[in-house]
Design a protein around this ligand. Structure first.
Ligand SMILES: Nc1nc2c(c(=O)[nH]1)N[C@H]1C(S)=C(S)[C@@H](COP(=O)(O)OP(=O)(O)OC[C@H]3O[C@@H](n4cnc5c(=O)[nH]c(N)nc54)[C@H](O)[C@@H]3O)O[C@H]1N2
Ligand SMILES: Nc1nc2c(c(=O)[nH]1)N[C@H]1C(S)=C(S)[C@@H](COP(=O)(O)OP(=O)(O)OC[C@H]3O[C@@H](n4cnc5c(=O)[nH]c(N)nc54)[C@H](O)[C@@H]3O)O[C@H]1N2
Ligand code: SF4
Ligand SMILES: [Mo]
Length: 693
C-alpha cells in the first residue's frame, strides 16, 4: 500500500516557469510534497523550494476558513473580525455595490485583482462582472507593462525563441533577471548548454545575485543604465565587423541610421553611465559578436524603471545586429504570452466591454483612493471595491498612500483571500479563498510553450470558495445575465478551449499539457517580425504603444529619465525579488521566513564607512515619500551608490511598520505606464542618528 497517490497539476503563481507539477496526496484533505514533472520538457523535474514545500502554505494554521465581517478597527487583523455566513457576506457586498452605484454611478465601484493565481478562469472572471456592470476598469501596470512596451517596440509581437533552445546555445545572457530566485528552470536549460557545449553564461545585474554568482561574467551596472551598455555593445559590433550586414539589410528597418547613431557612443561613454569598465564592455561585445548561437533571456527586472521600456528595446536590438535570431539556440526570449491563441471572451465577458468606461491605474491605487483628480478625471470617487488575488497594501507603489486610502471611512472593501493579509485586514468583509489544489483552472506560460488544465486535488479548506464562485454569486445578486455566470469552471475551460480550436478540457487534462510551440521560422522571426513590414524596428513608433512619449529617443539610447541620485538622495535603491518569497506570497510560511531571516538592505562597504553604518545595525532610508527602517548588511557585490532590499516582506516585518514600497514612486513609466520598483533615489543613515536629528 502506498502512503499517497500522485496527481498532476500546474503551479498557479506569477512566475514565467508555470511548472508542471506532481502532487502527493495523503488524504482527501491533505497533501505531501510537490515535485516537478520529469516528463515535461521545460520543467524537467525541477521546481523551486518554496513550492516543493507547498504543504506549509496549504495547511498553514492561519488559512482563512470562513467569511468574516469586520467589527473592530481596520488593520487589527483576525481579532477585528467575526464570522458570518456566505450568503450574508455576499448580500452585504451586493448591497454596498448597489448603494455606491446609486449614489455616484457604476464607476464608483472598482474591482481590483492581480496574480495570486495565474489560472485564467479564476484570475480573469472578475472582468466579466466588471464589464457587465460597467464598473471602473483596472489598467494593469504593476508587472509587465514597461517590459511589454519595450519588446513591442522592436520585435512587435509578444513571443520569442523557444526557451528550451538555451540548451543549444554557446552563450546565454541573462539580462536584468535573477532566475535562480525567480524562475529556476532557466538554470536547468543553461546547465545543459554548459555541460554539453561549454556554453558561457553572462549576467547583467546591479548586484551579485545567485544567478550572477553562477555566471562566467557578471556585468555589474548602475540601475537604469542598461541602454547605455546595449548601445555601446552595438558600437563595438559595427566598428569591429561583427554586425551581420546581410541580416540587417533583410530583416531590420534602419540599419545605416543605427550604425551612424551608435558610432558616437563608445564603451568609454557607457562606462561613465553604467559604471562598467570600458574594457569589460568591449570584451563582452566581442564575445557576443563572435558567438552566433547567443541567447538573451530578457528579464523583467531592468524594465521596472522610468526608462525601462527604452532599455528593454535597446537590449532586444542586439540579436538583430548580429543576426543571432536566425540561429538555432540564438536570439532572445521575453514572453510567449500570445502563442496559445486562447479566445478569452467567455472568461472575461469581452462581448460586454465598453471602452468608454473609465480605466484606473492599478499601481496608483493610493492616489485613486485619496481622490487624485489625475486618476479620477471628472468621474466619481471610488467608494466600493472587490479585491481578489492581490495584496496591494504590500505590493503597490507608494504604499503609505495606499494605506491612507484604505483607511477612508466612506470606502467599502471586500477582500477575497487565502490569508489575513495586510490588505484583508483593512477590509469590511473578508472571504476565504481556495488554493489551486482546491479548484479547476487552465494555465498558459510566458516562459515556455505549454498549456495546462488542472483539477481540484483536495477538498476546499473549511468554507473556502474559488474566485469563480464569488464572482458568480455576486453577479446573480446584481442582476447580471452573461451566460458565463451560469457555467461551472470546467464548462468555461472546455468551451474556451473549443472556441480556440484546441482539444477539449478532459483530453487536455488527460494529456497533462499541450505543447503549443510554433515552428522554427516563426519563433526566430525568419517569416517576419510583428510589424506590418515584417522588419525589426531599431526606430520604434513609441506613439503607437503609449501616449507619454516625451523624452523617448528615436533610436536605442540611454535617456536619464530616472530618479537620478542627488546630494540629498545619493543612493539608488533596487527592490529585487527575494528567493524564498513570491511577491508577498510565502511571507507567512515558516521555512521561507527563516531562510530570508529579516528585511535587510545590502550596502557597499565604502558607502557604509562613509555613512557610519556598521554591519547588522538598523538604518533609516528615506526620500520624498517617507522613510523606513531596516537592518544593514555590508556587501561588496554591488557598486558604491547602489543599495538593494530583497522583497517583499510585509510592512509589519519592518522595524517601523512601513515596508519598502513606501519609498517606491507611483509615477508611471513611459510610454504607457508601468510601476518603477527599482528606480528610487534615497538617503540612508544609521537609525539612532536619524532619531536624534
Ligand atoms: N522567488 C521569487 N520568484 C519570483 C518572484 C518573487 O518575488 N520571488 N516574482 C515573480 C514575478 S511576479 C515576476 S514578474 C518574475 C520577475 O522575474 P525577473 O525577470 O527576475 O525580474 P525581477 O524579478 O523584477 O528582477 C530581477 C533582477 O533584476 C535586477 N535589476 C533591477 N534593476 C535593474 C537594472 O536597472 N538593470 C539590470 N540589468 N537589472 C536590474 C534585480 O537586481 C534582480 O536581480 O519573477 C517571479 N518569480
Ligand atoms: N518592491 C517591490 N514590489 C513589487 C515587486 C518588486 O519586484 N518589488 N514586484 C511587483 C510584481 S512583478 C508583481 S506581479 C506584483 C504582484 O502582486 P500580487 O499579485 O498582489 O502578488 P502577491 O503578493 O503574491 O499576492 C497575491 C495574493 O493572492 C492570494 N491568492 C492566491 N491565490 C488566490 C486565489 O485563487 N484566489 C484569491 N482570492 N486569492 C488568491 C495570495 O494569498 C496572495 O495574498 O507585486 C509587485 N510589487
Ligand atoms: S519555479 Fe515558479 S512556476 Fe515553478 S514551482 Fe516555483 S514558483 Fe511555481
Ligand atoms: Mo510580476
Amino acid at each position: 500500500m502506498t502512503p499517497f497517490d500522485t496527481f498532476h497539476s500546474a503551479c498557479p503563481h506569477d512566475c514565467p516557469s508555470t511548472c508542471a507539477l506532481e502532487v502527493e496526496r495523503i488524504s482527501p484533505t491533505q497533501i505531501g510534497r510537490i515535485h516537478g514533472a520529469k516528463a515535461n520538457s521545460y520543467t524537467a523535474g525541477v521546481i523551486c523550494a518554496k513550492v516543493a514545500r507547498y504543504a506549509e502554505r496549504q495547511h498553514h494554521p492561519d488559512r482563512l476558513r470562513q467569511p468574516l465581517r469586520r467589527v473592530g478597527d481596520k488593520g487589527v487583523g483576525r481579532a477585528g473580525f467575526e464570522p458570518i455566513s456566505w450568503s450574508a457576506a455576499l448580500d452585504e457586498i451586493a448591497r454596498q455595490f448597489e448603494r455606491a452605484e446609486q449614489r455616484f454611478g457604476a464607476e464608483a465601484v472598482f474591482p481590483y485583482y492581480y496574480a495570486g493565481t495565474m489560472g485564467l478562469v479564476q484570475r480573469d472572471g472578475i472582468w466579466r462582472l466588471t464589464h457587465e456592470k460597467k464598473y471602473s476598469r483596472m489598467k494593469s501596470t504593476i508587472c509587465v507593462t514597461l517590459a511589454d512596451a519595450g519588446w513591442q517596440a522592436g520585435v512587435g509581437v509578444m513571443r520569442g525563441v523557444d526557451t528550451r533552445e538555451m540548451a543549444e546555445s554557446d552563450l546565454i545572457v541573462v539580462w536584468g533577471g535573477n532566475p535562480v530566485a525567480t524562475q529556476v528552470n532557466v538554470m536547468t536549460h543553461i546547465a545543459r548548454a554548459r555541460k554539453a557545449r561549454g556554453a558561457k553564461l553572462v549576467v547583467v545585474d546591479p548586484y551579485r545575485t545567485g544567478t550572477a554568482e553562477a555566471a562566467d561574467l557578471h556585468l555589474m551596472l548602475r540601475p537604469g543604465s542598461d541602454a547605455a551598455l546595449a548601445v555601446a555593445v552595438m558600437h563595438v559590433l559595427f566598428k569591429e565587423g561583427l554586425a551581420d550586414r546581410a541580416y540587417l539589410a533583410r530583416h531590420t528597418d534602419v540599419p545605416e541610421e543605427l550604425e551612424r547613431h551608435v558610432a558616437g557612443r563608445s564603451p568609454e561613454w557607457a562606462e561613465e553611465i553604467t559604471g562598467i569598465p570600458a574594457a569589460t564592455i568591449r570584451d563582452f561585445a566581442r564575445l557576443y559578436g563572435a558567438t552566433k548561437k547567443s541567447f538573451i533571456r530578457v528579464g523583467y527586472g531592468f524594465s521596472r524603471t522610468r526608462n525601462g521600456a527604452v532599455s528593454l528595446h535597446a537590449v532586444s536590438c542586439l540579436p538583430s545586429v548580429t543576426g543571432a535570431w536566425a540561429e538555432r539556440g540564438g536570439g532572445a526570449h521575453y514572453s510567449n504570452r500570445t502563442i496559445y491563441h486562447l479566445d478569452n471572451s467567455l472568461i472575461q465577458g469581452l462581448d460586454l466591454l465598453d471602452p468608454s468606461v473609465r480605466e484606473l491605474d492599478q499601481s496608483r491605487l493610493g492616489a485613486i483612493l485619496t481622490g487624485d483628480r489625475r486618476d479620477l478625471g471628472d468621474g466619481p470617487p471610488v467608494t466600493a471595491m472587490l479585491v481578489q488575488s492581490t495584496n496591494p497594501m504590500n505590493v503597490c507603489p507608494n504604499s503609505a498612500l495606499v494605506k491612507k486610502g484604505f483607511e477612508r471611512d466612506d470606502l467599502f472593501v471586500a477582500v477575497h483571500e487565502q490569508f489575513m493579509t495586510e490588505t484583508a485586514a483593512m477590509a469590511d468583509i473578508v472571504l476565504p479563498a481556495t488554493t489551486f489544489l482546491e479548484h479547476d483552472d487552465i494555465y498558459r506560460a510566458s516562459g515556455h510553450t505549454h498549456l495546462q488544465v488542472t483539477r481540484r486535488i483536495v477538498e476546499p479548506l473549511g468554507e473556502a470558495r474559488p474566485n469563480h464562485f464569488v464572482v458568480t454569486e455576486l453577479a446573480k445578486r446584481l442582476g447580471c445575465r452573461h451566460r458565463g455566470f451560469s457555467l461551472s469552471e470546467w464548462e468555461i475551460i472546455d468551451e474556451t478551449l473549443r472556441i480556440s480550436d484546441h482539444v477539449d478540457a478532459q483530453t487536455m487534462y488527460d494529456n497533462r499539457w499541450q505543447d503549443c510551440a510554433l515552428d522554427f521560422e516563426t519563433t526566430h522571426f525568419l517569416n517576419g517580425f510583428g510589424h506590418a513590414d515584417g522588419r525589426f524596428r531599431f526606430k520604434p513608433d513609441w506613439r503607437a504603444i503609449g501616449p507619454d512619449v516625451e523624452g523617448l529617443p528615436a533610436l536605442p539610447d540611454y535617456v536619464a529619465l530616472i530618479d537620478r541620485p542627488t546630494a540629498e538622495y545619493p543612493l539608488r535603491l533596487v527592490t529585487a525579488p527575494a528567493r524564498q518569497f513570491l511577491n508577498s506570497t510565502f511571507t507567512m510560511t515558516p521555512t521561507s521566513r527563516q531562510r530570508e531571516a529579516r528585511p535587510t538592505v545590502l550596502i557597499h562597504p565604502t558607502d557604509a564607512a562613509r555613512l557610519g553604518v556598521a554591519d547588522g545595525v538598523e538604518v533609516e532610508i528615506g526620500n520624498r515619500l517617507g522613510s523606513i527602517r531596516v537592518h544593514a548588511r555590508l556587501f561588496d557585490g554591488l557598486l558604491p551608490g547602489t543599495v538593494v532590499i530583497e522583497s517583499l516582506w510585509g510592512n509589519a516585518d519592518f522595524p517601523g511598520g512601513l515596508g519598502v514600497n513606501a519609498l517606491v514612486s507611483d509615477e508611471p513609466g513611459k510610454p504607457d505606464g508601468g510601476a518603477v520598483f527599482h528606480d528610487t533615489a534615497v538617503w540612508l543613515r544609521p537609525h539612532a542618528a536619524g532619531a536624534a536629528a
